[in-house]
Design a protein around this ligand. Structure first.
Ligand code: AP5
Length: 232
């Protein structure tokens, strides 16, 4: 009958929509979140989302979000949550179903972690796991002190552990490498304090949710990428 035919096209008879998956990368400044997320994203087809890189781009382009974020970033403090919520909501809405996103730098306090669950639920996404990259403070300082970045394409290098093929030149696009404005010693010290007070509690948030995976990030960039890949 007509009624029966109609019932076969009800939404409940369609295959379930594929969720968008989020993997959160946690760890102190310089732990290697960006390096590992970029390497594993390139191998797995996941999308690497760095809120720090998005904000640096907004600052460079002078957008309203960039103008609001600039002074906080230069001082090594956290940009107001609302700026991040707008960015993340737009990004999730623009992400196709079934995609995997590696979140590097968000969430950075407990309010952001709770908000991420809310924003994810509203756009058919779920936080699958949170990977904590664990390294000593000495290693963090060594990694941040030797970091060089490409201002044009965002690629990251280290003068010792991940040197570019030609000193001072980006392997990917040939631009001249720079030191990030927030990689000055006094700003690094402040960023590490902000991490301890605001961001470290996020580890407990995901531990309680049963989503935390600890990763020893003391090895080479390749060792860390392999350990991360085994968890995603
Ligand atoms: P963001 O860009 O996120 O900076 P961060 O968290 O301080 O992290 P880093 O980028 O410094 O470190 P990383 O762990 O990614 O290390 P990397 O892979 O580069 O944020 C910047 C600012 O934006 C914040 O201070 C804040 O103002 C704002 N912001 C961003 N998100 C926000 C949010 N959610 N809320 C509010 N404000 C926000 O590695 C470091 C170096 O070590 C590199 O040179 C690399 O080559 C090298 N290295 C990496 N892995 C290894 C390894 N295994 N062995 C040896 N060397 C390695």
């Amino acid at each position: 009958s007509l009624l029966l035919n109609l019932s076969t096209v009800q939404p409940s008879n369609l295959p379930p929509k594929k969720m968008k998956n989020i993997v959160v990368f946690l760890g102190a400044p310089g732990a290697g979140k960006g390096t590992a997320a970029a390497a594993v994203a390139a191998r797995t087809g996941a999308r690497h989302v760095s809120t720090g890189a998005m904000l640096r781009d907004a600052v460079a382009r002078g957008t309203p979000a960039g103008l609001e974020a600039k002074s906080y970033m230069e001082a090594g403090g956290l940009v107001p949550d609302e700026v991040l919520y707008r960015m993340v909501a737009e990004l999730l809405a623009a992400t196709p179903d079934g995609a995997t996103l590696f979140f590097d730098g968000f969430p950075r306090n407990e309010a952001q972690a709770a908000k991420l669950d809310e924003l994810a639920a509203a756009s058919g996404a779920t936080v699958a796991s949170a990977l904590l990259l664990d390294v000593s403070r000495e290693a963090l300082l060594e990694r941040l002190g030797g970091r060089r970045v490409c201002p044009k394409c965002g690629a990251g290098f280290h003068v010792k552990s991940l040197p570019p093929k030609v000193e001072g030149v980006c392997d990917a696009c040939g631009a001249e490498l720079v030191t990030r404005v927030d990689d000055q010693p006094a700003t690094i010290a402040h960023r590490l304090e902000v991490y301890e007070s605001a961001t470290a509690p996020v580890v407990g948030f995901y531990e309680k949710a049963g989503k935390l995976r600890r990763i020893d990030a003391t090895g080479t960039p390749e060792d860390v990428a392999k350990a991360v890949e085994a968890q995603v």
